[in-house]
Design a protein around this ligand. Sequence first.
Ligand code: FES
Ligand SMILES: [Fe+2]
Length: 452
Amino acid sequence: MTSTPELAGRAGRPTATPAGPLHRPSELTPTIDVSGLVDADGGLLDRAIFTDHQIYQQELRRVFAPSWLFLAHTDQFRRPGDFFTTYMGEDPVIVTMDKSRAVRAYLNSCRHRGARVCRADAGTTRNFTCTYHGWAYDLEGRLVSVPNREGYPDRFDTADWGLVEVPRVENHRGLIFGTWNPRAPSLREALGGMAWYMDAMLDHDGAGTEVVGGVHKWVLEGNWKLSAEQFATDWYHVNMSHASALMLLAPAGKSPRDEIVHRAGRQYVDPNGHGAGFPVHPKNRFDALAVHQWFDYEAARARLGDARVEGPMTNGHATVFPNFSYLPVNGSVRVWHPKGPDRMEVWAWTLVDRSMPDEVKEAQRLYNLRTFGPSGVFEADDGENWSEVQAISRGFVTNSVPLNYQMGLGSEREDGRYPGKTSELYSDAAGRAFYRRWQSLMNTPAWYEVDR
Ligand code: FES
Ligand SMILES: [Fe+2]
């Protein structure tokens, strides 16, 4: 880890801190108590949490900075110097493989005047050279080149001015997450029971997954929580919002009503705010025919068990709190990057099983693009809903009318078939858990507030 000085000029010799020079936010911005904005027990939500700029700033400080956030897939880093640039909240980061083949992440901001030191989306490099004045950093984040070095005083030591490193980077079955919080529980602990559901997508046969077709990125005029909560909890919208898409994709000779309209199913409700919804239908995996025919369901049943194969493996959607979501059948994994209270960027990857023949991988990729690509038939429906809800929430009166999250109140239970607590397929239970977690983080000082 590179050492990081305090803000220049505070104290003669810089002091290293694990996560960089963070000011105490309350010194600059009052902290809002959000107790009255989320009633998770009663299922009510104040729309200000989607529109208020101060709340948004507090989210960056208290929800995004302390949480495990999705960065990339291990498949994107095959040799030293491979890099991918992304965001943690609104903080730009570079994810790269160093010379020892370890995947590390750095704040993508030059220690000189703060420009990004890497302005490409992805690639391979030997170092990151800032295009402003030319400071250059190696794959280990060290400052290795300073033009006109002799102009600086003797006490200027390049060892003090390396890139700020993300202190914790871990992966779960190829999904790389990072957190700025040096005291966060391990990624596996933070995922908790959610890992069982994620593995229904990531661990079909032990060979793992890989990325096909790059990363798709698009902008939506909506708060990031609208999409994250929907993927955690909302199967209820499917038959109405996606009616036309369902008709289009129903298998030949079968009506959408027979094949798709399900009330049978469950919704996983995680105490850390994660959630997953899935119909239970043992026979019909509703996806690309080539994938369906290639897949070895009996082997999957032996590996993952009937409950997973008949539920979260063959259909569904899910969110890992706060802003990582996925669709297990499509192989779509995505981050809802916050870009202000009323805007997000969706970054989406398509994952396929490494063991698939090339033509099956291609069928999976095309199926995902048709359904949940930037202009996919389902994706377009969802984006329209989120922008609609966001746009009218700007109205003063509209904004003061609470939203209803009461479906399935009190329905969560342990049933022995699925790990943790589950609710009905049509339920807001995981949504209430999502906002309960959000509220708790928003009202809890983050590690950098209590440690100084
Ligand atoms: S801002 Fe990077 S070298 Fe000056
Ligand atoms: Fe949807």
